[in-house]
Design a protein around this ligand. Structure first.
Ligand code: C2E
Ligand code: CA
Ligand code: CA
Ligand code: CA
Length: 278
């Protein structure tokens, strides 16, 4: 009826307004946090599933706010929306590179630091140049870092993203597709992209080992990766039984709470030092 329609409209309008003011407040807080240097990077080891050796570490952004440490799911989407993602992305890149140099110097370990980048960042015209000067600034080699981009980010503005990835690849930096299996990229498209590895989304891993359907999906992804000569990381591994079945299906690398939660800089330093040859 008419009155119901109007009533519904009013409620909708109020919640929209509330949401808008919440976003405004979060935006203000984000800007203050950037000024006050409240962002830190935590690291999660990625290990060889067979040997347990740490081969890579993933840089994961945290907001060390007055109300405690906030995870990126709480603020990255807003940062994307209000145009702060490039600033945050730059900040992560800088910290992750600086800390990678520090970790290499102090532990002597060999590892790759994997850094998440959003599609918006990749579309900046100077992204590759910035990346190159960042490596130079901290005296890092291109093979010391790799970039993670979600499968979903690949399907928007395909041409622009593809060109950016090619430029990055030319520098000698490895590229990973994150959250693989949750997006809509076609296999033929995947074949054309200059990627080095695929990260199987944790929603598939979570259902292992007993769910037959998810086992089949993972096996298909691993076979696909093999035939395209790509490396594979399974994310969100929490159980020994999950590691076992992934290993038996030919998955080379695993990451998840079974190995270690994401930890702060000094803790990842201990983990890396422990597994280094010295
Ligand atoms: P992601 O890249 O898929 O990162 C993996 C997420 O899974 C991380 O959440 C990690 O803490 C969590 N995780 C790791 N092992 C396990 C496990 O065994 N079980 C479960 N349940 N979860 C596990 P986190 O750190 O909260 O990050 C959430 C998302 O935020 C990331 O998902 C990534 O998309 C985004 N993100 C994080 N840092 C950055 C960044 O610097 N830049 C951008 N653009 N996005 C970032
Ligand atoms: Ca990631
Ligand atoms: Ca992921
Ligand atoms: Ca994710």
């Amino acid at each position: 009826s008419k009155s119901l329609g109007r009533g519904t409209y009013v409620i909708f309008d109020q919640s929209m307004e509330q949401e808008a003011s919440e976003i405004l407040e979060l935006e203000r807080n984000l800007r203050t946090a950037i000024q006050n240097d409240q962002f830190i990077v935590h690291y999660q080891p990625i290990v060889d599933a067979a040997t347990g050796k740490v081969e890579m570490i993933e840089a994961l952004l945290r907001w060390n706010s007055p109300n405690g440490i906030l995870s990126p799911d709480k603020f990255i989407p807003i940062a994307e929306e209000v145009g702060l993602i490039n600033t945050l992305g730059e900040l992560v890149l800088n910290k992750a590179c600086e800390q990678t140099a520090y970790l290499k110097a102090t532990t002597g370990a060999k590892f790759i630091t994997s850094i998440n980048v959003s599609a918006k960042q990749l579309r900046q015209p100077h992204f590759t140049n910035n990346l190159e000067s960042m490596l130079h600034k901290y005296d890092l080699q291109p093979k010391d870092v790799q970039l993670e981009i979600t499968e979903n980010a690949l399907v928007e503005e395909v041409e622009c993203i593809t060109n950016a990835l090619k430029e990055i690849k030319t520098l000698g930096i490895r590229i990973a597709i994150d959250d693989f299996g949750t997006g809509y990229s076609s296999l033929s498209y995947l074949r054309k992209l200059p990627i080095d590895l695929i990260k199987i989304d944790q929603s598939f891993v979570k259902m292992l080992p007993n769910d037959e359907e998810h086992r089949a999906i993972i096996y298909t992804i691993i076979s696909l990766a093999c035939s395209l000569d790509l490396e594979i990381i399974a994310e969100g591994v929490e159980e020994k039984s999950q590691r076992e079945i992934l290993l038996s299906m030919g998955c080379k690398f695993i990451q998840g709470n079974l190995i270690s939660h994401p930890v702060d800089l000094e803790s990842i330093k201990l983990i890396l030092g422990h597994t280094s040859p010295k």
